[in-house]
Design a protein around this ligand. Structure first.
Ligand SMILES: NC(=O)c1ccc[n+]([C@@H]2O[C@H](COP(=O)([O-])OP(=O)(O)OC[C@H]3O[C@@H](n4cnc5c(N)ncnc54)[C@H](O)[C@@H]3O)[C@@H](O)[C@H]2O)c1
Length: 241
């Protein structure tokens, strides 16, 4: 199996996409630690996953969690920065709190975790980091200036980290995936007529499934993508082509 013997950390593990990633990683032989913010419902739990409740927004706490994972499992081979939130509003109506919360979780949160995991991978001479950005970070969207800023920032950080952590041996890779609209609770706040309009712009004519994003993450996590780093893969069904 592609990930036999690997230790993988997935943030936002109880959400639609995080759960699909955890399931697929486990099925491919990895030990999987899932970090999530809230206590989990029964239908969000995957068998065989080691769940940790923590928030990626707390630098000190996440540093401690990463340290405990390394102590327990001996290493971290794969990190998926997937935790994310949206607080949508037109910029003229958006509160400062809405802006700050999204940046703190989606952008700074990914930085917080990687700040501890990246140097560990470098020291351990290997690893793969995958950041979950969004089609909105690449193309923009009305009412999502905070979200778009956080996701575009992730694409930029991906390229910085690809250069910083590769080291002389080039054994640490950092990549990004920008999903289109995927069927999870994140879409619950979008009115149906808006979703219909979005569907009309997707070449494949439908929203994506969380499992389809997980497959792309698995590819970047495994050695099958051994010569790919600093990339951003659009997984959006041909949206905005
Ligand atoms: N669903 C989509 O259409 C879509 C499209 C593009 C990108 N994305 C991105 O994919 C990722 C996963 O989205 P999803 O649709 O599965 O969302 P979701 O709402 O179903 O899940 C979000 C997950 O993030 C966790 N989380 C939120 N704040 C956190 C924090 N501070 N610390 C730790 N965990 C936290 C939640 O506990 C949950 O597990 C997000 O980064 C999202 O921005 C989603």
């Amino acid at each position: 199996m592609d990930l036999e013997g690997k230790v993988a950390v997935v943030t936002g593990a109880t959400g639609g996409i995080g759960q699909a990633i955890c399931r697929l990683f486990r099925a491919h032989g990895a030990s999987v630690i899932g970090i999530h913010k809230h206590s989990k419902r029964k239908d969000e739990v995957e068998p065989g996953i080691d769940y940790v409740i923590s928030t990626v927004t707390d630098y000190d706490e996440i540093g401690q969690v990463v340290g405990e994972i390394i102590e327990k499992y001996g290493k971290i081979d794969i990190l998926v920065n997937n935790a994310g939130i949206n607080r949508d509003a037109l910029t003229k109506d958006m509160t400062e709190k809405q802006f700050d919360e999204v940046i703190a979780t989606n952008l700074k949160g990914a930085w917080n975790v990687t700040r501890f995991v990246g140097p560990h991978m470098q020291k351990n001479h290997g690893g793969s980091i995958i950041n979950i950005s969004s089609v909105v970070g690449v193309y923009g969207n009305v009412g999502q200036s905070n979200y778009a800023a956080s996701k575009a920032g992730l694409v930029g950080m991906t390229k910085c980290w690809a250069k910083e952590f590769a080291g002389r041996e080039g054994n640490v890779r950092v990549n990004c995936i920008s999903p289109g609209f995927i069927k999870t609770h994140m879409l619950d706040s979008i009115p149906e007529h808006v979703l219909d309009g979005i569907r009309g712009k997707i070449v494949l004519g439908r929203m994506g499934e969380p499992a389809e994003i997980a497959e792309a993450v698995l590819f970047l996590a495994s050695d099958r993508s051994s010569y790919i780093t600093g990339a951003n893969i659009n997984a959006n069904g041909g949206m905005a082509l």
